[in-house]
Design a protein around this ligand. Structure first.
Ligand code: PEP
Length: 265
């Protein structure tokens, strides 16, 4: 995990009605979210109410359209999402790339428009199973990354590495594979953005849950988690937030003990 507070993002996908919003109350009542950063991305129908219900958890959208104020029936612009109360947006999720035939260029345009509208942007990248089986995962992820992220670095940009074969399957890459991919993404961000690329969070996503969150968050370079299925209820999401809070405490303790040692020596 990198130096900052871990970021835990819940993606509710096509789930949730007004009554589901009580999960937000239950998460906030427990309190661990205050020690990390928690974002929930409900379906668009719930953004405004979720933003009104949530006191500290930030609300995000699961997608946006790159156009603004023009004729796109059924689509939502970043400005409209911001107006509804979203402060984050996920773009380039593999389900959108696959179902909507989204290209890297479209993802980049969405990310750029969303940043302009004041939203923090999470750009998803990740390889399909065949690419990993053929040892092509680095090439696939790097090409997706460089073509999907905004040309100019912005502090409000986050990358989520989500191997497609790990989403909703109960499978996860090994710690070494995750560490390797996060290091590769970090190097590419620095190559593209210079020093600004050093601090952008890189999340891991794909079958994260309460049982594996602590281990995933302990992997070098993992700045947080993007969580699908396990974010749908406070019961399954809270252990993940608690694992992130515990990881943050560990980090802070080791920084403090290093400082004390330096002062003594
Ligand atoms: C996702 O959809 O982004 C995701 C990570 O899903 P899950 O956690 O269910 O694998």
């Amino acid at each position: 995990m990198t130096g900052g507070s871990p970021l835990i993002v819940g993606n509710w996908k096509m789930n949730g009605t007004q009554s589901t919003l009580s999960e937000l109350d239950a998460i906030e009542a427990e309190g661990a979210h205050r020690r990390v950063k928690v974002v929930i991305c409900p379906p668009a129908t719930l953004i405004a109410t979720a933003a009104a219900v949530a006191k500290e958890i930030e609300i995000g959208a699961q997608d946006c359209h790159a156009g603004n104020g023009v004729a796109f029936t059924g689509k939502l612009s970043p400005a409209m999402l911001f107006d509804a109360g979203a402060r984050w947006v996920i773009v380039g999720h593999s389900e959108c790339r696959a179902c909507a035939g989204e290209t890297d260029d479209t993802v980049r345009e969405k990310a750029e428009r969303a940043l302009e509208a004041g939203l923090a942007v999470i750009v998803c990248v990740g390889e399909p199973k065949e690419a990993r089986d053929r040892g092509r995962e680095n090439a696939v992820v790097l090409s997706q990354l460089t073509a999907s992220i905004p040309t100019l670095a912005g502090a409000a940009l986050t990358i989520a590495y989500e191997p497609i074969w790990a989403i909703g399957t109960g499978m996860t890459p090994t710690s070494t594979q995750i560490e390797h991919m996060h290091a590769l993404i970090r190097r590419a961000l620095i190559d593209l953005y210079g020093a600004a690329g050093q601090s952008l969070p890189i999340l891991y996503g794909g079958s994260a849950n309460g049982s594996n969150a602590a281990q995933l968050l302990s992997i070098a370079g993992v700045g947080g988690l993007l969580v699908g299925g396990a974010s749908l209820s406070a019961e399954s999401f809270l252990p993940i937030v608690q694992a992130a809070a515990a990881r943050r405490e560990q980090q802070l303790c080791s920084v403090t003990s290093r400082r004390i040692k330096n002062e003594i020596n």
